[in-house]
Design a protein around this ligand. Structure first.
Ligand code: PEP
Length: 289
């Protein structure tokens, strides 16, 4: 597994050319390695530190009938920790799955004031956990080694991981976005074996697109997703890469979901602000209608 997640140099060179051309309006394409229908899209809502328990349950109950026929994707919501069990209980039997927004870097219970372990998220009804969100990296000092420990703890506890990666605006302007994402993938996943990968979802979330109202263009998102998938293909196997779901996150709304989802390597979205209202999140989930 040594060297895993290092993007091949030819891809880096190609990306550098693209970075120089980022300001040009010409659409860019990158050859997808596959457009397999076997990857069921994931549409996940991250409620961050919003909503009381009552508001969370009310939103979840409003969402339930609105997405009841959404068989084309997995629907996931990530309420605040305190609301997780109440929401999970009320959604039991529905097609909406629950995610934690973070977990402790250790799998066992213990003297870790303020932490919530992955097994406790599972116990409360979560099947997914978001790890390495840029807000945790930026505001809570999370480093790649800590993120890797969290990924390992989550996998050991039977959760599926949504690992967030993404560059800042300054890093994109410097043309090093591919190196940044490669390094985050290496840092977060480098110690894992290929057999762990079917429980990993990667969410590419450029920081400059999160909460800004300026989403990446479908071409920018597809380009990075294609690079991520190709790195997996070259370092593990085409088959493994084919199965990997790569979500896009950053200012996804009802009016841009369709174009973003048209990218062959875009297997769903992670939504912040627009997931807080049941109606707007349902519009995103039901983007095909
Ligand atoms: C996020 O925080 O993961 C996110 C994508 O937020 P928003 O949709 O509000 O940009």
């Amino acid at each position: 597994m040594r060297g895993l997640w290092q993007f091949p140099t030819n891809l880096l060179a190609r990306n550098r050319e693209r970075s120089e051309a980022l300001d040009s309006s010409a659409p860019k394409t990158i050859r997808p390695i596959t457009n397999t229908p076997m990857r069921k899209p994931v549409i996940a809502g991250n409620w961050k530190m919003y909503k009381t328990v009552g508001d969370s349950v009310a939103t979840a109950l409003s969402l339930k009938p609105l997405v009841a026929n959404a068989n084309h994707c997995e629907v996931v919501i990530a309420p605040v920790f305190t609301a997780l069990k109440s929401v999970a209980d009320r959604l039991e039997g529905s097609n909406i799955k629950i995610a934690g927004q973070d977990c402790a870097p250790v799998a066992e219970e213990g003297a870790q004031t303020g932490e919530v372990a992955a097994f406790q998220l599972r116990d409360a009804g979560a099947t997914y956990v978001i790890i390495g969100h840029s807000e945790r990296r930026q505001f809570h000092g999370e480093t790649d080694p800590v993120i890797r420990q969290k990924v390992e703890a989550a996998l050991a506890s039977g959760l599926q991981v949504i690992l967030c990666v993404g560059e800042s605006l300054e890093q994109r302007h410097r043309g090093i976005e591919v190196q940044v994402v490669a390094s985050q993938l290496r840092g977060g996943l480098g110690g894992l074996t290929a057999s762990d990968l079917d429980r990993i979802i990667v969410a590419y979330e450029p920081i400059w697109a999160i909460g800004t109202g300026t989403a990446a263009t479908p071409e920018q998102a597809q380009e990075m997703h294609g690079l991520i998938r190709r790195a997996f293909a070259e370092k593990i196997s085409e088959a493994g890469a084919d199965q990997l779901r790569i979500l896009y996150g950053g200012s996804v709304k009802a009016d841009n979901i369709k174009s973003l989802m048209s990218g062959p390597d875009i297997d769903g979205v992670l939504v912040g602000g627009a997931s807080l209202s049941a109606e707007s999140f349902a519009q995103i989930v039901n983007y095909k209608e």
